[in-house]
Design a protein around this ligand. Structure first.
Ligand code: URA
Length: 270
């Protein structure tokens, strides 16, 4: 007796819809045995229930619910990453299409510029924002003064940003007079600003230039673009989603009600 479903959407049609190429290309992906549904290699003609079935391509989970979107936004200074702002400042969701409703993944301070993911994909948000997944974030900081070798070493090795709280080792390099590139994988409140202040070089300007494998130096401040399926997959890979149990992505936002998906200390920026 066949365990294949006779209802639901055809797998190759679903794969084509979420960006794996034409129907024909998706037929080939399925025929090559690269697709699993609920852990079993799928055959051509397989139908899936997109709300329930776990679909993987090449061992990596694929979000197949219709209507999932993920944007990469270049946040300008002065824009808040919360869904709304009591002070009436512009919000990050005001920069992207209003439908479907989306939220920012993690936080950037209002004064911080640069890249942030905005999505309605709750599982993606959880994967990216949770510190235990350790997705790298890269920042360019313009600081007061010009950090010398001992300040740079301290930033690399870890600095005490509040009593008893020492930052994890970071990758740090001087890019020019008073300009430092800092790569961290933690998400502490005002982390980069507090790190730089702790070594005597307060931040004047802070720009996030990379999230895991995703960067885009051509995205203008205030602009957004859709993250391609390959980019979403590379982000989930960076978050270690391959090994995560139940890694099927769905559209339910994390328990943040559009306010804080940071998964950090609930207060703020990573
Ligand atoms: N670190 C900060 O201090 N602020 C941000 O917005 C992001 C990282």
């Amino acid at each position: 007796m066949s365990l294949e479903r006779s209802d639901g959407e055809r797998l190759q049609k679903v794969l084509a819809r979420v960006g794996f190429g034409s129907r024909r290309a998706c037929d080939e992906i399925v025929a090559a045995g690269r697709v699993r549904v609920n852990g079993n290699v799928a055959v051509l003609g397989r139908r899936v229930d997109v709300a329930r079935d776990v679909v993987e391509v090449d061992g990596r989970p694929v979000g197949v619910l219709p209507g999932l979107v993920a944007y990469l936004v270049n946040k300008p200074a002065g824009v808040v990453t919360t869904a709304s702002d009591p002070e009436g400042r512009p919000t990050i969701v005001g920069l992207v299409p209003t439908e479907p409703r989306v939220f920012a993944v993690g936080r950037l301070d209002v004064a911080t510029e640069g890249l942030i993911v905005v999505t309605n994909d709750g599982q993606l948000a959880q994967l990216l924002a949770h510190p235990s997944h350790g997705v790298e974030k890269e920042y360019l900081a313009e600081v007061e003064g010009d950090p010398g070798p001992s300040a740079l070493r301290a930033l690399r090795e870890g600095v005490e940003i509040e009593p008893g709280v020492v930052t994890a080792p970071a990758r740090v390099s001087r890019r020019g007079p008073g300009v430092v590139r800092i790569v961290i994988h933690e998400g502490r409140y005002h982390q980069v600003r507090r790190m730089c202040a702790a070594v005597g070089h307060p931040v004047r300007r802070l720009v996030r230039t990379r999230i895991g494998p995703v960067s885009d130096s051509r995205l203008a401040p205030g602009a957004w673009r859709v993250l391609g399926i390959d980019e979403v997959r590379s982000l989930t890979d960076a978050a270690g989603a391959v090994d995560a149990p139940g890694a099927q992505r769905g559209g339910t936002p994390p328990e943040v009600s559009g306010t804080d998906a940071s998964g950090t200390d609930g207060r703020g920026a990573q």
